[in-house]
Design a protein around this ligand. Structure first.
Ligand code: SF4
Ligand code: SF4
Length: 362
């Protein structure tokens, strides 16, 4: 069954504020039926507050539109993310005064306000659901869409699975990444593997052990291929386990809400290669696309990925020296991982198959 995705693109025919994205967003909210569901509810709006000198997170004007809409219809909104204190959301304009709703740490200022749910997928055993997410009546998952080094794509799923949980849960999920196995007894420390990596993803630590930063690693296997000793091999499960872990974590967090009390918004502007947690902004990979919203997670994620087209690639969005792959989605060519794998795992966990139809909102 096709799920509805509300979509406002960037097109305009006159220099009128009414034709720009924040106003289209307001009309999208009106069309979505959100107004009838928020009255008297505590509404957690999960955002990514970014860090350092990044400037590609959600512009405050969109958050202000959303908070005003909810309050106009009797809801009580608050914005939330983790590490609020250390990431200084006020540097990106995220204050109660500018947004019209408070910005709160999702697990309390000490990061310890959590509700643990048990899961069982390889080394992933605990989903520590952040307290304010668990306690809220209604969740709006408001995501800035971008690439991601570990799972190729960072959108609505990543905003929940990495952002509504504890450090322990993030660590257990990242622990699923795997990908490359290094055999210390076979390695001659010739360092050919280091020279072969054009993603600065591998290194030897102070103990002489081979380490891979899977945020940067595209699983291109250059290191493996140049190794004269056969000391590097593939583990076989790799990033797909991480994608599955993200879906499982997302499902576990969402289970703390009634299904009709979850709404998704994806902002597709300033689509950079890497996640906002890097604390910087690189040139956009493609021209701005617009804004989508939906009551279905897999549908909005699939629709967002489909609109990010390789044919629209801005080469300046890719670091110099990086060689893109030949096939697949733009994020797959860039990061070496299939971003649609997330959709497949969402389907496995009953969060939708990804079929969608657009309702265009001008
Ligand atoms: S697989 Fe490719 S990106 Fe990853 S460490 Fe090896 S050479 Fe670097
Ligand atoms: S190329 Fe192989 S033998 Fe040489 S340092 Fe890397 S892992 Fe060790």
């Amino acid at each position: 069954m096709s799920e509805r995705v509300y979509f406002s693109n960037m097109a305009f025919s006159a220099y009128e504020a009414d034709q720009t994205l924040p106003r289209k967003f307001a009309r999208q909210l009106e069309a979505s039926g959100l107004a009838e569901r928020v009255k008297d509810k505590n509404i957690a709006i999960k955002i990514h507050v970014g860090a350092e000198i990044g400037y590609s997170t959600i512009p405050p004007v969109f958050m202000r539109v959303l908070a005003a809409f909810i309050k106009d219809h009797g809801g009580k909104p608050f914005f939330t993310d983790h590490y609020i204190d250390s990431r200084h959301p006020e540097h990106r304009g995220y204050t109660q005064e500018s947004l019209g709703a408070p910005v709160l740490d999702v697990a309390g200022i000490l990061g310890k306000y959590l509700y643990t749910k048990d899961v069982d997928f390889k080394g992933f055993k605990h989903v520590d659901v952040a307290g304010l997410i668990n306690d809220a009546d209604f969740l709006i998952d408001f995501s800035h869409v971008k690439g991601h080094g570990c799972c190729a794509y960072g959108g609505a799923v990543k905003n929940i699975a990495m952002g509504c949980v504890s450090d322990r849960t993030r660590r257990e999920q990242h622990g699923l990444e795997g990908g490359l196995r290094w055999d210390a007894s076979a390695c001659t420390h010739c360092e050919a593997c280091i020279g072969a990596c054009n993603h600065q993803a591998n290194s030897f630590n102070s103990k002489g052990d081979y380490e891979v930063n899977f945020h940067n690693c595209t699983l291109c296997q250059h290191c493996l291929k140049v190794c004269p000793a056969g000391a590097i091999t593939l583990t076989g499960d790799s990033y797909l386990d991480f994608q599955k872990g993200l879906a499982l974590c997302t499902k576990t967090v969402l289970d703390t809400f009634e299904p009709e009390n979850i709404f998704y918004i994806n902002l597709l502007i300033s689509i950079t290669a890497m996640c906002d947690c890097w604390g910087m902004t690189t040139p956009s990979l493609v021209p701005d696309i617009g804004l989508m919203s939906s009551w279905n997670l897999a549908a909005i994620e699939k629709a967002s990925l489909d609109e990010i087209k390789f044919e629209k690639l801005n080469p300046e969005g890719v670091p110099e020296g990086i060689v893109l792959g030949d096939t697949g989605h733009l994020f797959q060519r860039l990061h070496g991982k299939d971003p649609y794998a997330q959709i497949k795992f969402l389907d496995e966990y009953g969060l939708g198959g990804g079929d969608y139809e657009f309702e265009m909102i001008k």
